[in-house]
Design a protein around this ligand. Sequence first.
Ligand code: FAD
Length: 516
Amino acid sequence: SVAETGLYTASDQVILLSQENIESVLINSSAAVLVEFYASWCGHCIAFSPVYKGLASDIKEWKPAVNLAAVDCAAEENRKVCNGFGIRSYPTIKFFHAYSKADSTGQAFKASTHDVRVLRHRIIDQLESHEEPWPPACPPLEPTSQAEIDSFFETNSVQHLALIFEDTKSYIGREVTLDLLQYENVAVRRVLSTEEGLVTKLGVTEFPSCYLYSPQGNLTRLKVNIEARTFYSYALQRLPGVVRSGKPLPVTLDVLNNSTEEPWRPFNRSRVYMADLESTLHYSLRVEVAAHTLIKGEALTSLKKYISVLAKYFPGRPVVMSLLKSVNSLLKNQTGDEISYDALREILDNSAQSPDTALPEGERWVGCQGSRPHLRRYPCGMWTLFHTLTVQAKNAGGTDPQEVLSAMRNYVHSFFGCRACAEHFEIMATESLVEVNTLSSAVLWLWSRHNRVNNRLAGDLSEDPNFPKIQWPPPEMCPACHTVKENGEHKWSKEQVLPFLLSHFSSSSILTDYLE
Ligand code: FAD
């Protein structure tokens, strides 16, 4: 299908257009749409596709106002569509205003750059060029005035008004406004540094800077590490009372206690818990692997690698380590080409005979608790387990940089119950696992891929409203990890992220609360 042969897939936050859906997407849409007409064989298009994907993920919060789409003109079934729009060269990008008519062929959009920031600014310029009707989901982007602010809370029922003071040429105010588009209880306006009345009256001297304006007329500076778009957006999205549209308000502890079957276990969000790691082992070995009554071929190889890595690097209690070592020797000494799950179960459950060798039964989630029984838990534990293992391999001076990641890849491929997850993970592994050539780069690889998954899943149904998918670690957990490039774009400081991860997942930082 087009989805598989083209340059984009459904998980790129780009709408895949074809003969069948192009009209319904473009005509009379309440959002503006940016469309890339490309040919999958064209070198420029191939080179541009990561940029376009980067743009799509960068402005995914803007979707109700402006959507990104792409159509592969090299696909036979799309020829007519592309001819209809007069496309002669690839890639051609066009901007379709909201409520475009059936005969619209869009406006030219200059894509002559690989700089996501410049493309983002051009999108804002195009949005502002809308004559009526303006996309209804899009908040006003023009600078605010004293008059608007004075009567703001009379006409808007929001809790917070954020004012971004900036120079005329700056796009930050408009970017943050759009970043907050899908959040309720907060509005953002830009105030120009030339708006002297307001600026002097409010005593603002730094541009850009962000202030919260209260209904009582008080102005408080928004605290951020760096005065830049990502930092403003992140902080505003997390103000008290601010929620993503359509999501329930994060609930408080007593409500959680009533809505989950087990009593809620209070925990520190910035720590790793052994209870989660052991629960993950329990679920993985007693439930997930148990679904295979006979383990052979590829699955057997995967299981052997997984257990071997666990026996080597799992930072567990002596009883658990002793159990993992027994399982490992069983598998190592096993010479046939298959093994029954029952043979494995026997060792796992042998604690009656040897009480110093045991894997605790049952799940006891702590840092991976979800505010509903179907949220978080095992997949959260799986990530935590593998981050811990990559870090332990580094700390223990392992010899093969890919040992842990390759075991994870095989386990996920052979056993992980979430098949869509397994497919996505396999794509990422195929793409770039070969680049991992040191134990440190293995730690960073898993961290950055996990953030990609977080990025893709932000706002998804599987997101726990109490644990939003963020780019991790957040500024409050590791301030030094976050920095900006010269042009103000967010940048991870990898020299800081690595030591942070090594310490966060190190065996000495793992908390043993709630263990039996
Ligand atoms: P999780 O994403 O599970 O994270 C667990 C904890 O790890 C967080 O609470 C945080 O403390 C820490 N953390 C977060 N980000 C990072 C990071 N970048 N580096 C280090 N630590 C971090 N779900 C889907 O719907 N579609 C998928 O394609 C998909 N693919 C998956 C692939 C794998 C290999 C795994 C293990 C899970 C996948 N999932 C997928 C599940 C999804 O990623 C989450 O695990 C699940 O939604 C639970 O989310 P959570 O809020 O508990 O946080």
